[in-house]
Unconditional design. Structure first.
Lengths: 432, 368
């Protein structure tokens, strides 16, 4: 029995190599040495007598899949996803809401109301394009610039703003810096600042889902072009492929990791080229085209649910600064930013598409922007009035049950605060 | 020349309009006590800690042709601007960005050191140093030992910003000195301001052991001193006694040292007692002699650090002090530290070992 499996495995390998040789013109030319295939366990490749080094130019550049042009016009009608009107409007309104929230919260940081903020400008299409192609039950591991996914899934502006203020209604209890959202209810794992740590975790989660009988869920993991340089990124790709995990690895390649341009981040053909190399289904899409992202993720989800991990590289441009701690004009020309703001805006593209379909007009736009802005402003005013959580929350959730040693520390602090209360901003926090 | 550069740095800094919120928005929990004593005679220039570090690296790149400086976003000066202007001055092959990978930065630095270059590696935040833990703990620290002295990583210095900053939360606030202080072969150093930063960093760079140089990021802009312009070093493994007294020995490093300087002043005013205040400066190897001589004199000891209590570096100090000074002790050694939880965002005022917690502990220590 074992022998037969072995034989069929070898046959399968021959077949696979034959298909691979036939199917791609990127295969470097080889002189087949009598057709013999090596038996090395690490690579059952054909022998050749000509030595040839491969480099980044040995392969064609991976093309960028798009559905719409700059004007929101569908280039090939067969690729129009024909999403229903309600969904399309939800996608678009989410983008508008997101960009209004970014604008106001960024300003509020400048005014000292919140301590930190990160905008999502230029990448809204990746958020709604992917979120709309997934089930709300699919598990999300995000980096920190994917709040559109949270919004699309129904997390409210109130919840998001409360997190940024770290007030008593922040689901994260005021412990993390702003923009570190998370929602068990919406199947989005809480964000952590260290880069790429979420990537192998996403793969592990996908493996767990795969083992659930009749699994109908996958995992999507978002990460940036910078994070892809971390060791964790390589581990994630390799684990996803070797363990056949139902996971979509979604790279937001926005051109910059803080100040570091992609030209100093990697050589070779971007992040996508690593997918086939590691055995993942891979596609590169125009991240400013929400419909292209939608199509790619919809197809990726089908593959993932068949336990074929997928890598998607969504090309975009980080229109905003890295964060409120950064001024990107120190390392990139203003003209470059303007080009991407004006000509390749993902929001504008989807709006033009909607207008063509007769689903949207200037009045709707005006009203939508106003509502989006009013919602954020109103929510901020409410969030500001709310107190921060009780200071004791500082020492909760470290362990499931508080160990005696930590309990002792809490008691020490309690006694200290009784004696020195006037030196602590206790009135800003909830009290007993 | 150096002063010219410093001035140029300030101008460039203004031009780039870089907004460094980590220090701009600081809700300070301490008063900065500048150093008045100069380690060397001669010309001085007013520098903040960022400029003093920049100056130390400038001197190194100028005098050591093998020296290179690298890390994430270092080309444009680094997110805290410590490398500002150095790429323009020394070229892209000596001051450069790396891909975003801390384990890569550490390993690359070890390789440079192995092959005879001087490596100054920047890890953007100490909170992000952990992917490099393997390289630093298993490789840099053990290279000389395992090769019988044939190879070493002594020419590697890893600089990284650490400590509380007012609003850094879990991942922009940690003080990981104790993790590294558990590693024979490494040197772990933390300055308290511009003068010590320049002298200690130059020592670390030239020291023949790999060094982890932890820079309290809140001091980059808020701390300014008259820093000697010329080249000077401060000894590694040596503590400094900054204030003298007989009632108790107060020990800290980095930002926390300034908290204890204020506490010593409060104790003098409110309790009428004088204390020794010691800046440990080097956590590994640390200056047992200075610390124990002081505690033998005072009989009481308070140690404070921002990192959590359990297995913090204070534990090592306390254990050694009780062993060496047992019969001199008039009271149990006291530690005032961050609590045993991750570093919390909005609770920072309650988390830090601030002057009131330290003062309260000192008062009890003296009354014991």
């Amino acid at each position: 029995m074992a022998l037969r499996i072995g034989v069929s495995f070898v046959r399968l390998n021959y077949l696979r190599h034959a298909v691979r040789l036939l199917s791609t013109h990127t295969q470097p030319e080889v002189i087949n040495n009598g057709g013999s295939i090596s038996d090395f366990p690490g690579a059952r490749a054909p022998y050749v007598t000509e030595m040839k080094f491969l480099n980044e130019n040995s392969y064609d550049l991976i093309p960028i899949y798009r559905v719409m042009d700059k004007n929101g016009e569908v280039i090939d009608n067969r690729e129009d996803p024909n999403i229903d009107k309600d969904t399309l409007l939800h996608m678009y309104k989410t983008m508008v809401q997101l960009s209004q929230m970014d604008k106001i919260l960024y300003e509020s940081q400048r005014q000292g109301r919140i301590s930190f903020y990160m905008t999502n400008y230029g990448e809204e299409g990746i958020h709604v394009g992917s979120a709309s192609a997934l089930s709300h039950r699919d598990l999300v591991f995000a980096q920190y610039r994917e709040v559109g996914v949270f919004l699309y899934r129904g997390m409210t502006i109130t919840e998001l703003v409360n997190q940024c203020y770290g007030n008593c209604e922040d689901p994260g209890k005021g412990r993390q810096m702003p923009v570190h959202y998370g929602s068990k209810q919406h199947n989005i794992v809480t964000i952590s600042s260290p880069l790429a740590t979420q990537m192998p975790q996403a793969v592990g989660a996908a493996y767990a889902l795969k083992r659930v009988p009749n699994n109908d869920r996958c995992v999507i993991c978002y990460f940036g072009d910078g994070a892809a340089s971390e060791g964790d990124a390589h581990a994630a790709f390799n684990f996803a492929a070797t363990l056949d995990c139902p996971v979509i690895m979604m790279c937001r390649n926005n051109g910059y990791a803080i100040s570091t341009p992609t030209s100093e981040q990697y050589r070779g053909d971007g992040i996508a080229s690593r997918g086939p190399a590691l055995g993942m289904h891979t596609v590169r899409v125009d991240g400013t085209d929400a419909l292209a992202v939608h199509n790619a993720v919809r197809r990726a989800r089908e593959l993932a649910l068949n336990n074929k991990p997928v890598l998607i590289e969504a090309m975009s441009y980080r229109v905003g600064h890295h964060s409120t701690s950064d001024d990107s004009t120190a390392y990139r020309p203003v003209e470059e930013i303007q080009k991407w703001t004006k000509e390749e805006s993902p929001i504008q593209k989807l709006r033009l598409y909607l207008e063509r379909k007769g689903f949207w007009d200037a009045d709707a736009e005006k009203q939508c922007v106003k509502e989006a802005r009013d919602t954020v402003v109103r929510t901020m005013q409410e969030a500001e009035k709310k107190k921060r959580p009780h200071w004791k929350e500082m020492l909760e959730d470290v362990y499931y049950d508080m160990p005696p040693r930590l309990q002792k520390q809490m008691n020490q602090m309690e006694k200290h605060l009784e004696k020195y209360s006037e030196h602590y901003p206790l009135n800003q926090y909830q009290q007993d | 020349m150096a002063s010219l550069l410093t001035r140029k740095c300030i101008i460039v800094g203004k031009l780039t309009k870089y907004v460094n919120d980590y220090t701009k928005r600081l809700s300070s929990h301490f008063i900065y006590y500048p150093d008045n004593e100069k380690p060397v005679a001669g010309e001085t220039t007013k520098m903040n800690m960022m400029q003093a570090i920049n100056n130390a690296m400038d001197i190194t790149l100028r005098d050591d042709p093998t020296a290179v400086l690298f890390g994430e976003d270092v080309a444009f000066g680094g997110v805290f601007r410590c490398a500002l202007g150095l790429q323009d001055k020394y070229g892209k092959d000596r001051v450069f960005n790396t891909p975003l990978c801390e384990q890569g930065i550490a390993g690359f630095g070890i390789g440079l050191a192995t092959a005879g270059a001087t490596a100054i590696a920047e890890i953007q935040f100490a909170d992000y140093i952990f992917p490099a833990f393997d390289q630093l703990v298993n490789e840099a620290a053990k290279a000389r030992y395992r090769s019988g002295g044939q190879f070493d990583s002594g020419a590697l210095t890893v600089r990284t910003p650490c400590g509380a900053v007012g609003h850094g939360g879990l991942y922009h606030s940690q003080s990981p000195e104790a993790y590294f202080a558990h590693t024979p072969g490494l040197r772990v150093v933390m300055p308290r301001g511009p003068i010590t930063a320049k002298g200690l960093l130059l020592s670390c760079i030239r020291e023949r052991d790999p060094c982890i140089f932890l820079e309290p990021k809140i001091l980059y802009r808020s701390a300014a001193e008259e820093v000697p312009v010329e080249d000077y070093t401060l000894p590694l493994g040596k503590a400094q006694v900054l204030r003298e007294g007989d009632a108790a020995t107060l020990i800290a490093w980095g930002t926390q040292l300034h908290v204890l300087l204020e506490v010593a002043q409060m104790a003098e005013e409110k309790l009428g007692v004088k204390c020794d205040v010691i800046d440990l400066m080097s956590m590994l190897p640390w200056d047992e002699e200075t610390v124990c001589n002081s505690v033998k004199k005072t009989g009481r000891c308070l140690i404070a650090h921002e990192a959590p209590l359990t297995s913090g570096f204070g534990a090592e100090l306390a254990a050694t002090i009780q062993e060496e000074c047992f019969l001199h002790l008039e009271a149990p050694i006291t530690r005032v530290t961050g609590w045993d939880s991750p570093f919390p965002h909005v609770f920072e005022p309650f988390y830090l070992p601030d002057k009131w917690r330290c003062y309260s502990a000192l008062a009890k220590l003296i009354e014991y």
